[in-house]
Write a protein that binds this ligand. Structure first.
Ligand SMILES: [Zn+2]
Length: 293
């Protein structure tokens, strides 16, 4: 499932063609993705301009001139492709690849600037929803989300407060979208490795008894921000279905320290440990038992 860096990569790919652009025509080729598409979906978009394209956790938020916000989620296998009307006759690998995916092209945005933005989703766990801008704060999909990890407000004090008193593991706490939004299995494992903290460590141990941050909380916050920044720079990680909007694959999987590397040597200089896989709350965790304490 795409995590924050993959969704941010998609946002950056869509922004240049969608921001400030008008929907000339919208095709909804089926009535539902994970949930039914909004009533009169195409009609509510056509003729409207995208005033801005933002992101909250793993949601893309297109601010529309109608006063509504289009919320889009990639689900497990959703991806967007962008191409320009002018390129349509260009032969090559790109079109060859497109052909086999055509059956899963469920929503197509024809922008007035000539860009064609296609949402493809073989497993249909993705979603699109229209919400009045004024009601966004009460939106159930967004309301329970914790802080954005790349935002200024996400710091050691905030993370320590969220983890203080928690008896769950650090892995479980960081995977909880109410504690911090947008992290999943990959980036939680990678951040814990960079912070040299064990995923099995009790979450409460990053806070002092007073609730103030332990030094570990600062290390963890720094690691989370760094791994997300690096992953966004690399265009996300390409596992299963994540692609950039130009069809290219992200590269960050080549930089994994621990994820999916069980049995391999730990990359921490001088460590010499071997990456281990364990199962926590039903998910695989990868870590080095030597340097992650
Ligand atoms: Zn190690």
């Amino acid at each position: 499932m795409p995590e924050l860096p993959e969704v941010e990569t998609v946002r950056r790919g869509l922004a240049p063609v969608m921001e400030g652009a008008r929907f000339a025509k919208v095709e909804a080729r089926r009535g539902d993705l994970r949930w039914p598409l909004p009533k009169d979906f195409a009609a509510r978009l056509q003729g409207r301009t995208v005033e801005g394209l933002g992101r909250r956790a793993k949601y893309l938020l297109a601010d529309l001139s109608s006063g509504e916000v289009l919320l889009m989620h990639l689900g497990m296998s959703g991806s967007f492709r962008v191409f320009h009307r002018d390129d349509e006759s260009t032969p090559g690998r790109y079109h060859h690849e497109r052909a086999k995916h055509l059956a899963h092209d469920h929503v197509v945005f024809h922008m007035a600037n000539g860009a064609i933005v296609t949402f493809n989703d073989p497993r249909r766990f993705g979603s699109m929803k229209l919400v009045p801008r004024a009601a966004l704060e009460q939106e159930p999909l967004l309301r329970a989300l914790g802080p954005e990890p790349l935002g200024n407000e996400f710091d050691a004090a905030l993370l320590a407060r969220a983890c203080a008193g928690k008896k769950t593991s650090l892995k479980a706490a960081l995977s909880d979208q109410r504690v911090v939004a947008g992290l999943g299995n990959i980036y939680v494992c990678e951040a814990l490795s960079r912070a040299r903290l064990s995923p099995k460590r009790r979450a409460s141990t990053i806070a002092l008894r007073s609730g103030a941050p332990h030094e570990r909380a600062q290390r963890l916050v720094d690691a989370i921000k760094a791994v997300l920044d690096d992953a966004i720079k690399a265009g996300g990680s390409s596992l299963r279905d994540h692609r950039r909007t130009d069809g290219a694959l992200g590269d960050f999987q080549h930089n994994f320290r621990v994820y999916d590397r069980d049995g391999k040597r730990c990359p921490t200089p001088g460590c010499g440990g071997t990456i281990k896989r364990i199962v926590q709350t039903g998910r695989s965790t990868f870590f080095c038992p030597v340097c992650q304490r």
